[in-house]
Design a protein. Structure first.
Length: 133
C-alpha cells in the first residue's frame, strides 16, 4: 500500500455537507461525481496529500443510506492507494482478509476499487484503489 488516498465520510445531504466542509477546510470542493453502480454521489476535497470524499446515497435503500440509518453520518472508510490492485487483493486474501468484491470495480475519481470486509479489519471499512491508466 502506497499511501492513504482518501478518507470517506458518509453524509445525508451532499450540498449542505459541501458547504460545511468548504468552511471547515477553507478549500473548495474540486470535483463531484455520481457513481451509478454504487448509487452514490461524491464530492472531493484535497488537503495536502490527502483527499476527503463525501459520499451521499442517491437512493433510499443504497449502501450509504443503510449505513447512515444504522450508524449515522460520519467516517465511512479509509482508502489506500495501491500500484497493482489485483496483486494486492491476492496478497490480502492469502493473509486471511475477506474481500467484499472478488474483482475490482470502477469507482469515483478514475479509480479501480475493492473493499475489505470490516469484520476482519477491526471494524474499519478499507478501500483499495488504483488509478485507471
Amino acid at each position: 500500500m502506497l499511501k492513504v488516498e482518501h478518507i470517506g465520510i458518509a453524509v445525508k445531504n451532499l450540498d449542505q455537507s459541501i458547504e460545511l466542509f468548504e468552511k471547515l477546510l477553507q478549500s473548495p470542493c474540486y470535483k463531484t461525481e455520481e457513481v451509478a453502480s454504487e448509487n452514490v454521489q461524491t464530492a472531493f476535497f484535497k488537503q495536502g496529500e490527502t483527499k476527503i470524499e463525501l459520499v451521499a446515497s442517491t437512493t433510499d435503500n443504497g449502501v450509504i443510506a443503510n449505513y447512515i440509518a444504522k450508524k449515522g453520518e460520519g467516517m465511512h472508510h479509509i482508502a489506500f492507494e495501491v500500484s497493482d490492485i489485483l496483486a494486492e487483493m491476492e496478497r490480502l486474501v492469502k493473509e486471511g482478509f475477506t474481500l467484499l468484491n472478488e474483482t475490482p470495480k470502477k469507482g469515483a475519481d478514475n479509480k479501480l476499487v475493492c473493499f475489505l470486509h470490516p469484520k476482519g479489519t477491526n471494524g474499519v471499512l478499507i478501500e483499495l484503489c488504483q488509478e485507471i491508466k
